[in-house]
Write a protein of this length. Structure first.
Length: 123
């Protein structure tokens, strides 16, 4: 079905973040996952890397982060592009952080030396 109802959007809470799936392969897309992300202020980041490029379109708030050895700040009206294979972490400043996030279908996350996994909000 080309139109998805919002009341059926799966929501996942984990480590100071809320992920609300908008579209994914299990919800009718063939090549992409998109979710709403809310990072709660004051929660520590989870360092990780991705097997595919990930894109954050910031819709509210501000966050500080690290991409490889580079530190950054990103806020409302900006877009953050996270390349594949680069260590990454992001932490909301006071008031939290909101973004629409895109990951190609099949993209996986890796935490530390762990095995690649597909986050449940991207399934």
């Amino acid at each position: 079905m080309p139109v998805l109802d919002h009341p059926t959007r799966p929501t996942h809470e984990t480590q100071g973040a809320t992920f609300t799936t908008l579209v994914s392969p299990s919800r009718g897309a063939t090549s992409a996952s998109v979710w709403q992300l809310h990072l709660h202020a004051g929660e520590p980041a989870t360092p990780h890397r991705l097997t595919s490029e990930e894109i954050f379109v910031v819709t509210g708030g501000e966050a500080h982060g690290r991409l490889g050895d580079e530190r950054f700040t990103v806020g409302e009206g900006q877009t953050l592009v996270v390349p594949a294979g680069v260590d990454f972490e992001i932490t909301a400043t006071a008031g939290g952080f909101d973004a629409l996030v895109y990951l190609p279908a099949g993209g996986k996350g890796v935490i530390g030396d762990g095995e690649p996994f597909t986050p449940p909000w991207a399934l």
